[in-house]
Design a protein around this ligand. Structure first.
Ligand code: FES
Length: 161
């Protein structure tokens, strides 16, 4: 990924740090912010590396550890919890073969818990990257995972040609 190209889409002010960090994280195939990237961000914004880490510390959606191409966030807040957070986590475990906070062997998925995503009316809900999926059943989860796997396969093939 071209770090400088992404950053240059924003003026170099601290008011843009969150947008810059989100865009850089989204562009990384392992969905995280390596230290060398953060050094470039600090330089671009004319601030210190520790200030950049300070911002990241406030936002659970930002990670300094490698994860996977797609991040699945399972809402664990009260409404979803009542409607079946545990069932969703179990269904994901069944379809992906991994539990929370570990990547699938193909590097495609990472599952983590999150707070309310503001879509309680379709609880239980998950967010995959920036997309919300609600009213989930085990079958629905299987279909969503298959659809994303299929899309990723197509993108890989297209990139190979
Ligand atoms: S409680 Fe899960 S989306 Fe609000």
């Amino acid at each position: 990924m071209d770090i400088h190209k992404i950053m240059s889409g924003y003026t170099p002010g601290m008011e843009n740090i969150l947008n810059i960090l989100h865009d850089l994280q989204d562009a990384h195939p392992m969905n995280y912010l390596p230290e060398h990237t953060l050094r470039e961000v600090a330089r671009y914004l004319n601030t210190t590396l520790s200030s950049v880490y300070g911002v990241i510390g406030y936002y659970t959606m930002l990670s300094t550890k490698p994860r996977a191409r797609h991040i699945i966030r399972v809402c664990q807040s009260p409404v979803c919890h009542l409607m079946g957070t545990n069932t969703v986590v179990e269904a994901l475990r069944k379809h992906l073969g991994v539990g929370l906070n570990e990547p699938t062997p193909d590097g495609l998925f990472w599952v983590e818990l999150s707070e309310c995503t503001g879509t309680c009316e379709v609880a239980p809900a998950i967010m995959i990257d920036r997309e919300i999926y609600g009213d989930l059943s085990e079958n629905a989860i299987g279909n969503i995972i298959s659809m994303i796997r299929e899309k990723s396969g197509k993108v890989k093939k297209e990139a190979g040609h």
